[in-house]
Design a protein around this ligand. Structure first.
Ligand code: CIR
Length: 252
């Protein structure tokens, strides 16, 4: 498995913020946490391809939002935040050796953080960053490969994957305040602990899970189900509204 990541930008304190107030951000600490994140991926057997810093693009560490990588094809997004659109060019360049590329075009907007893929189902959160035009364009790009693309209503959080991610192909971890559990009928549902609203974001790395260290109660519920959970401290990156999924593009 490979992961594309990108070094933290020196301009990260100018990041986009939607549901959070701006807090002082310690760049060195953010860089240490990001390095530990890369290391955690390597420990799980992932080949990490770390792209150089884009100093002028504040949110560019959050590579997840710029592309969706499927086994058959990669889709370059058109991010919902105007400041983030220049991030996609270098990601397209980085993915080109690995996948044929498709592109989301205006009037569609799409952040990768809104796209949760479980098997052949692709769930797209209709957030402030992603719209129905993107759902239609994704159908055109992905239906030929047998994917089913579903647009989902969601609550007051940044991205769909702030509210829900998959623990495996049969179960999801979700915060019921931000996404209706009924939308995931047929999956086993694990809810975040009431004190840990941001605890629904987990990265699947093969049969392992990479998870933020700030959610010990939810972590205990996941581990009790037999999942192999590895934690990383994302506290500094969280001040930029980032979490574990946003910092990598994982693919086979
Ligand atoms: C933004 O608002 O775009 C960034 N500050 C945070 C993006 C986090 N991305 C993600 O969860 N996929």
């Amino acid at each position: 498995m490979k992961a594309i990541t990108r070094a933290v930008s020196s301009a990260m304190h100018h990041c986009e913020l939607t549901h959070m107030d701006r807090q002082a951000l310690d760049l060195d600490r953010a860089r240490q946490q990001h390095e530990a994140y890369n290391q955690a991926l390597r420990k799980l057997g992932v080949e990490v391809i770390e792209l150089p810093e884009q100093a002028e693009l504040a949110d560019s560490v959050f590579v997840e939002d710029t592309a969706l990588v499927f086994d058959e094809v990669a889709v370059i997004t058109h991010p919902g935040a105007v400041s983030r659109r220049p991030e996609t060019a270098s990601i397209a360049e980085a993915l080109e050796p690995y996948r044929p590329l498709r592109h989301i075009e205006p009037p569609a907007i799409l952040d990768g953080g809104d796209v949760l893929t479980i098997g052949k189902n692709v769930y797209v959160g209709l957030s402030s960053r992603s719209n129905r035009d993107a759902v239609e364009q994704l159908k055109t790009h992905l239906q030929p490969f047998g994917y089913r693309v579903h647009g989902l209503a969601m609550g007051q959080c940044l991205h769909l994957k702030t509210a829900v991610t998959a623990l495996d192909d049969q179960s999801v971890l979700l915060n019921p305040d931000w996404v209706d559990p009924a939308l995931f009928e047929g999956y086993a549902i694990v809810e975040t602990h009431p004190d840990e609203p941001f605890g629904a974001n987990v990265v699947r790395v093969g049969r392992h899970l990479l998870y933020g260290a700030a959610y010990p109660n939810t972590q205990a519920s996941i581990a009790a189900l037999g999942h192999d959970v590895h934690t990383v401290d994302m506290s500094e990156l969280a001040k930029a509204e980032g979490a574990v999924t946003c910092c990598s593009l994982l693919f086979n």
